[in-house]
Structure formats: C-alpha cells, structure tokens
Design a protein around this ligand. Structure first.
Ligand SMILES: Cc1cc2nc3c(=O)[nH]c(=O)nc-3n(C[C@H](O)[C@H](O)[C@H](O)COP(=O)(O)OP(=O)(O)OC[C@H]3O[C@@H](n4cnc5c(N)ncnc54)[C@H](O)[C@@H]3O)c2cc1C
Length: 408
C-alpha cells in the first residue's frame, strides 16, 4: 500500500465508486459455492420450479417430520434446510455467518419459529431472542436480530387491541406481559450494541405492533437506530404513515429505524377484506405497489441523516434504484443508515454483487431445528414454485454460472 501513488489511488477509488453493480454477474453471485454446491442448488431450484411436486412434497413432508418418519428429517435437512436455514442453533449457524462475512455480507439472525399461542411459547421465544442478541453482541458480523411480535403475543389478543375492544382483566395482564417482552428485547439490544427489526404482519394486528415499536424507538433510538419497524408498501396507507412517523421522530429528536418490504400476506388480506366486506388495504395491482415502494425508498435515501433504513427486497429494480440514488446523492456506499437485505438462500445475484460494490448488505438468516422451521421452509418452497418471472430468472442465473464453469 505504501508504494502506491495517492493520486492514482484516489482515481481508482473514484472509478470503483462509479461502477454500479451488475446483477447478471454470476461469477460474483455464486463464488461462495463450490461446483458441487452449485449443482445441488440447481437440482433443488429445478425441483422447486415444479408446482405439483412442491404441493405434494409439502403435504407429505410436513406430516412425515411431525410423525418422526425415518429419513424425513434427513431429507429435509439435506435439501430445503441446507438452502434456506443458517443452522439448527445459534452456534451451528456460525459457519454460515462466517462464510457470508467472507463475501462482505452481514447476517440478520431470525429465529425461524412461526406464530405461537401459549404464554409458555411466548416466553420461550423471548428467551431465544435474548440469546440471539447476546450472541450477536459478540459477533461483529451480526449487527441485527429480527423478531415477530406474533411469536411473543397471541394473535386474537393483538386483534382485539387493534379493534379497540375492551379487554378483560386477564387479557389486560396478558397484554402487559407482551409489552414487557417487547421492552426486554429492545432494552437488551440497546445495552448490547445490537439492533432489532420487528417484522410487519397482517393489517388486522399491525396497529398495536406499530404502537409498541414506536414507543421502543422513542425510548431507545436517541443515539443510534436500535429498534426498526417494518412498513409493507403493498398497503396503500403505508407511505403516508411512514412519512408521518419520520416527521414525529424528527420533531421529538430520535432516529427512525425503517425497514421496508412489499408485504407477504396479499392473498390473505384480499380474501379477508372481501369476506368481511371492507375495502382491501392492498393496492389493486403490482405496478402501484412497486411505485409506492420505490417512492418510500427514495424518501429513505434522501433522509438518511435522520432515518436508518433497510431495503428488504428481492426486486432487482428496487435494489438498482437505491444503489444509483446513493451514488447520485454522493452518499458513502457503506453509510450505516443505508442497508439492503435478502433472505438466505435467495437472490444471491443481488446480495453478492451489491456487497462486492461496497454497499451494506445483509442476509436474513433463519435458524432453528428442522421441526421448528418446517413452516418457514414450506413457504420458501411454495414461493419458489409460484410461477413468477423472478424465480425462473434465479434458475436461469444458476444455469448461466454452471455453463460459465463448464459444468453443463
Ligand atoms: C429481508 C426480508 C425481510 C422481510 N420481512 C418481511 C416482514 O417483516 N413482513 C412482511 O410482510 N414481509 C416481509 N418480507 C417479504 C416481503 O414482504 C415480500 O413478500 C417478498 O420479499 C417479495 O417481494 P419483493 O419486493 O422481494 O419482490 P417482488 O417479486 O418484486 O414483489 C412481490 C410482491 O409484490 C406485491 N404484489 C404482487 N402482486 C401484486 C398485486 N397484484 N397487487 C399488489 N401488490 C402485489 C406483494 O407484496 C408480493 O409479495 C421480507 C422479505 C425480505 C427479503
């Protein structure tokens, strides 16, 4: 380094800065995979592109693991689990975390367990979240832990609070316990130098989640973004609500943590609205969701001085737009307030090309035992089976890389 001419160095840094990521670069996207691993991934995505197989496999798989059928666990472990889960426990996820770090990608730890319904389960999720925060505090590659309030509270209770119904004494106590769990997670993250993302959920439970998370941001985000809320931009009211939250944060003097997503429950939302006879909260078409999403994204990039954000998407256009805007506004690519994220096992062409160009990127890495993460895995398989352009593009990219390596 000492022998290099500083002017040349400056020039080469400037040139590097100006090159935007090329999401078609499969060499960078898949360099973390050996030939054998790439072939396995190709095989798995080919299978997942057959909707009938995923449908049948899901039914049999869920049943077989539940009933401890010999080999069921091993089959899931060697296929979906290996592709989409970091490991069976925090410690077992370490090799995944270190591998991602080697490719300049951070990890957001996500305890892969689904919505629960008993106080015992809620407290177990709380303890697991606290363990994850402790673990993250000792690992520089894990800046964030993510959690879902539906793992800490009963859905009927959240729904009742959202409707503004009067709670019984027992329900009031239960709701106080939920708030306490959310507080312990946020306080622990604050004390241990970690951040926490609260996922967005169905619209009929989201209002109490927003209230709790806003209270936590107000309390713990004075010096840095400890707590982040999530905004689903497929909802037509969310852009305004996000801006309103940003205004409140600015006037009250706290840093707003905003993770944006398009939203995972579109079908469910529409069906419920239809059945119950209220207007759907979701935009009528994909183009309107995309427009709303990219407007929110632009707002977050422009207001990076007071908002810390995460662009959580597998949409290449939204990733490219954010990358371009960061450069156009001459913001450092590794500005701590500007982050991208994809799910582990998906959209490597986005993650590793962004990381290679110096942007902050993290994979959402779920962890947990096979039987705990089965619902998560089946959702991933079903998502990949649905006939979307995005998924076949993923398989195309795998084939492109296999050809480049002379494997087919
Ligand atoms: C890191 C990460 C964290 C996430 N966390 C959450 C979370 O906390 N809560 C949550 O709900 N989801 C979450 N998701 C899932 C997310 O909401 C999307 O379902 C998923 O990422 C697909 O959207 P996309 O932007 O990646 O890609 P795209 O393929 O571009 O978009 C697909 C999405 O567009 C929307 N859409 C599709 N068709 C229509 C239509 N006809 N009309 C209106 N909208 C339409 C839907 O939201 C659909 O999921 C997360 C995703 C990632 C990558």
């Amino acid at each position: 380094m000492a022998n290099l001419d500083p002017e040349m160095m400056q020039e080469s840094t400037a040139t590097m800065q100006s090159a935007l990521p090329d999401f078609r670069n499969t060499e960078i996207a898949f360099s973390y995979l050996s030939d054998k691993e790439l072939k396995q991934m190709s095989w798995l995505f080919t299978l997942m592109n057959k909707p009938w197989l995923v449908q049948t496999g899901s039914t049999i798989g869920r049943w077989a693991v539940q009933w401890n059928i010999p080999f069921a666990r091993s089959i899931v472990k060697a296929t979906l689990f290996r592709q989409f889960v970091g490991g069976a426990s925090l410690l077992k996820s370490l090799p995944t975390i270190e591998k991602l770090a080697h490719y300049k990608t951070q990890t957001i730890l996500d305890y892969g367990v689904e919505a629960k319904e008993s106080e015992v389960d809620f407290n177990a999720t709380l303890r697991e979240n606290l363990r994850a925060i402790e673990f993250a505090s000792g690992n520089e590659f894990v800046p964030v832990v993510s959690t879902k309030i539906s793992g800490l509270a009963s859905n009927p209770l959240l729904e009742k609070v959202a409707r503004g119904d009067e709670l019984s004494r027992a329900e009031e106590e239960a709701y106080k316990a939920v708030i306490k769990r959310v507080e312990s997670i946020s306080l622990s993250a604050y004390e241990k130098g970690v951040s926490v993302f609260f996922d967005a959920e169905e619209s009929w439970v989201q209002a109490p989640i927003d209230d709790m998370v806003n209270a936590m941001m107000r309390r713990f985000n004075k010096e840095r973004a400890v707590v982040y809320n999530t905004f689903q931009l497929y909802r037509h009211d969310r852009l305004d609500y996000m801006i309103q939250t940003a205004d409140a944060a600015r006037s009250e003097g706290w840093i707003f943590g905003s993770k944006i997503v398009r939203g995972a429950y579109m079908e469910k939302e529409r069906v419920r609205a239809r059945e119950m006879g209220y207007p759907s909260p979701i935009y009528p078409d994909k183009a309107s969701t995309d427009k709303g999403y990219n407007e929110a994204l632009r707002y977050l990039v422009e207001h990076n001085d007071t908002i810390a954000s995460c662009n959580a998407t597998h949409n290449a256009e939204s990733c490219m737009l954010m990358a371009k805007w960061i450069d156009e506004l001459r913001i450092d690519r590794n500005h701590p307030h500007l982050n991208f994220s994809q799910l582990y096992g998906m959209s490597d062409h986005l993650t590793f090309n962004l990381a290679d160009c110096g942007y902050n990127v993290a994979k959402y890495v779920p962890y947990g035992r096979v039987e705990e993460v089965i619902p998560y895995l089946l959702r991933r398989a079903q998502e990949n089976a649905s006939v979307t352009g995005e998924m076949s593009r993923e398989l195309d990219l795998i084939h492109k890389e296999m050809k480049r390596r002379g494997l087919e």
